[in-house]
Design a binder for this molecule. Structure first.
Ligand SMILES: Cc1cc2nc3c(=O)[nH]c(=O)nc-3n(C[C@H](O)[C@H](O)[C@H](O)COP(=O)(O)OP(=O)(O)OC[C@H]3O[C@@H](n4cnc5c(N)ncnc54)[C@H](O)[C@@H]3O)c2cc1C
Length: 460
């Protein structure tokens, strides 16, 4: 049988098991089905399946295996860019499985694997609770949490991966299992920070935290003051309590109609922060930064439902090219390197370069940790630019390369969630953790059926 005939047979079998929840390249709606959140990435899988239940996922895994296809789970496609070619894969679009239940007594959320943070934040807040959500409300909780999960509360509560209390998983051999502290402990360990290589998650149970309000907001200065403000922020952040999570950022606001006039088309240096405490305490802590005379100051007491607006992430899919790195320190030399490569007067195509302050609970191994126990670096950088066509993408990628080269003296490795290029997972974990992850991959998926964005290869 030719490859085309084999694929046609596989598609027919998939349709007989999951009906119209599977599309092939000749079907109407194909281009919409294969399009990820990051619109700069062209995905060309063999088929796209949109399961509505764990049984659908089992069916897809069974048929894919029989035909030598891989299975690539996707929440939204925020991290579509590092994934290898999908030519021989079924893309498993989990977005229809997005139901969320909150158990306020046990402070738990049970969510299907396609749920995004926007599906969780509101229902949890109704009970005075919050999950460890990141900056963007439309990121899928599962992809985010499996890859570590850096939230606005990371310095107080640690990585979101370690707030996973249980995962329901379809394994590469088509079994439905529950992984938690008492069952499938190795799989449970690997899922918490090791990424999506170990099974197809169909539901998660997450710990929630009692948070009714935070003091959160943004301070804006003209970007000409980048070095001064980033230096002051770095010094200030070194002394704040764990209840304060913040970042320093260069933001070149696009000149788009929908952007409010005071910021449209302007270049800023920002400090964004969330303080788990009251207004008086937060204001006292922020005083040294306010003494620098910010042009705008949006700090206020906000419920957790206000957090997703803080970082001003794009509300809809966009074409972007980005990448990140961990920094072992962010002293004046690193600030000069950053500002000199992508600050004022450099004609930088990067829209945003942020440096997040970690440490605190982010840097201490969680008492019930999985593969990513903590992040052993005080700062994480992430930079991104618009990539609406190949030329724009190339220009952004070149500047990302220059930025990473300029910051090489402070390079402290890679954080899976902020890595949007295929660098190899060995750079994201200690040798010992990577070796253990590879062994677990061999045990649960020896034939490498499941295709993650950042793949842990089976031990070999
Ligand atoms: C605008 C923006 C803001 C962000 N903010 C933050 C932030 O504040 N903190 C942070 O830590 N990260 C952040 N990220 C990074 C984000 O967490 C990662 O891109 C994450 O992988 C997105 O998950 P997803 O499922 O939405 O994306 P996808 O690209 O769909 O998935 C990424 C990978 O997750 C795995 N995966 C997804 N679903 C499943 C499943 N059901 N079973 C098994 N594996 C699965 C797969 O390996 C997949 O390739 C941000 C990214 C963007 C673009």
């Amino acid at each position: 049988m030719s490859t085309a005939e084999q694929l046609a047979t596989a598609l027919n079998q998939l349709r007989s098991r999951v009906g119209d929840r599977v599309l092939g390249p000749d079907d109407p709606g194909w281009d919409d089905a294969r399009r990820p959140w990051n619109l700069s990435v062209e995905q060309h899988p063999a088929a796209v399946a949109t399961p509505e239940s764990a049984q659908d996922v089992v069916a897809v895994v069974d048929v894919a295996r029989q035909h030598g296809l891989r299975v690539a789970p996707q929440g939204t496609g925020h991290s579509a860019s590092p994934r290898a070619s999908l030519e021989g894969s079924v893309l498993l679009d989990m977005s229809r499985m997005n139901a969320v239940q909150i158990d306020p007594e046990r402070r738990r959320a049970r969510l299907q694997a396609g749920a995004q943070w926007r599906h969780v934040v509101g229902p949890a807040a109704e009970h005075g609770l919050a999950g460890l959500s990141g900056s963007a409300p439309d990121v899928c909780v599962t992809g985010y949490a499996l890859g570590g999960g850096a939230s606005w509360m990371i310095r107080r509560y640690g990585l979101a991966a370690n707030s996973i209390r249980a995962a329901e998983v379809v394994t590469a051999d088509g079994r439905e299992v529950r992984a938690d502290a008492g069952s499938e402990p190795e799989l449970f360990w690997a899922l918490r920070g090791g990424g999506g290589s170990f099974g197809i998650v169909t539901a998660l149970e997450l710990e929630l935290f009692p948070v009714r309000e935070l003091y959160g907001g943004v301070l804006f200065w003209p970007q000409e003051r980048a070095a001064e403000v980033l230096g002051a922020w770095h010094e200030w952040a070194a002394g704040v309590p764990e209840e304060m999570t913040s970042l320093g950022r260069l933001l070149n606001v696009p000149p788009l109609e929908e952007v409010p006039e005071p910021v449209r088309g302007r270049a800023f240096v920002l400090v964004e922060a969330a303080w788990l405490g009251d207004e008086a305490g937060g204001a006292e802590l922020l005083a040294p930064l306010r003494e620098l005379g910010p042009e705008m100051d949006t700090f206020a007491m906000i419920p957790p439902t206000g957090l997703p607006a803080l970082h001003m992430d794009p509300p809809e899919p966009v074409p972007g090219a980005g990448d990140g790195m961990l920094l072992g320190d962010f002293p004046a030399g690193a600030i000069d390197a950053l500002v000199g490569t992508a600050g004022p007067g450099t004609d930088s195509p990067l829209v945003s370069i942020e440096v997040r302050h970690l440490g605190g609970a982010a840097g201490r191994p969680h008492h019930e940790h999985g593969a990513l126990a903590a992040i052993d670096a005080p700062h994480a950088l992430y930079a991104v630019g618009m990539a609406a066509n190949e030329d724009m993408k190339q220009t952004v990628v070149e500047r990302l390369d220059r930025l990473q080269a300029a910051l090489a003296p402070w390079d402290a490795g890679r954080f899976l969630n902020f890595t949007e290029r295929p660098v190899g997972t060995a750079r994201m974990f200690s040798d010992e953790t990577h070796r253990r992850l590879r062994e677990i991959k061999s045990k649960y998926d020896p034939d490498n059926v499941i295709q993650a964005n950042h793949e842990i290869p089976p031990a070999g």
